[in-house]
Design a binder for this molecule. Structure first.
Ligand code: HEM
Length: 197
């Protein structure tokens, strides 16, 4: 019988060479999943609420027209990418936009910078609820390529449920003092976001 929970799958899994995963690999995968799926979504929620409350007319607009919840979540992911960047090692020499990166060089793929690229986004430094759909879809807050985030849809769903619950229960929510950012340099979210209602 094939198990349908992740822990058991990791235990019975066999690699291409036919060996089971080591304890280190199993621990690492679980740790990865816990960290990747926890802090990131918390940051999405705090960033989203922060930007909507920063300009109270945004909060009111989304509260009164729930079709804006989805666009607000995507614009938050673009404007305040919870994962600012990830490291990669070049497998071979590559030239990108006139810069040559030698083989085996550590580079940071900076999603946050790409998400404010003026060639891709109009008024990239503005948080806009009316950003056209085709632009919204172009952010890369979840990465790109073979390692693109497998939790993207889950975090969008969590944000949708949480924001709707806040709008329903705290329609007059407002910022109540300065907040502060989380510490890890390559993550971006609110450690504190004082609010009142
Ligand atoms: C707003 C929330 C989230 C953001 C912004 C985010 C962002 C990212 C980014 C940028 C990557 C790296 C992609 C790459 O290397 O190209 C990634 C990978 C990953 N994410 Fe997320 N993530 C979020 C939520 C989640 C959730 C909810 C889960 C799981 C429940 C999750 C699990 C993972 C895992 C396991 C990886 C590694 C994938 C791989 O290396 O193949 N993430 N995520």
């Amino acid at each position: 019988m094939v198990p349908d929970d992740l822990m058991s799958v990791l235990l019975v899994f066999r690699t291409d060479e036919g060996r089971p995963l080591t304890e280190f690999e199993i621990n690492n995968s679980l740790m990865n999943l816990l960290l990747a799926g926890n802090e990131t979504t918390t940051s999405l929620l705090t960033n989203l609420v922060w930007r909507l409350l920063e300009d109270p007319s945004r909060w009111a607009a989304v509260r009164d027209d729930r079709s804006l919840v989805g666009p607000a979540i995507e614009e938050s992911l673009r404007f305040d990418s919870p994962v600012l960047g990830m490291f990669r090692t070049s497998l071979r020499e590559v030239t990108l936009s006139g810069t040559t990166i030698p083989q085996k060089t550590k580079i940071q793929a900076n999603y946050a910078a790409a998400n404010r690229d003026p060639v891709v986004f109009t008024d990239p430094d503005e948080f806009r609820l009316d950003r056209p759909k085709e632009e919204l879809r172009r952010h890369i807050a979840f990465g790109k390529g073979p390692h693109v985030c497998p939790g993207a849809q889950l975090s969008r769903l969590e944000a949708d449920i949480a924001l709707n619950a806040l709008l329903d229960n705290f329609p007059t929510l407002r910022i109540d003092g300065p907040g502060e950012r989380i510490l890890p340099f390559n993550f971006w979210g609110r450690q504190r976001l004082p609010v009142a209602w």
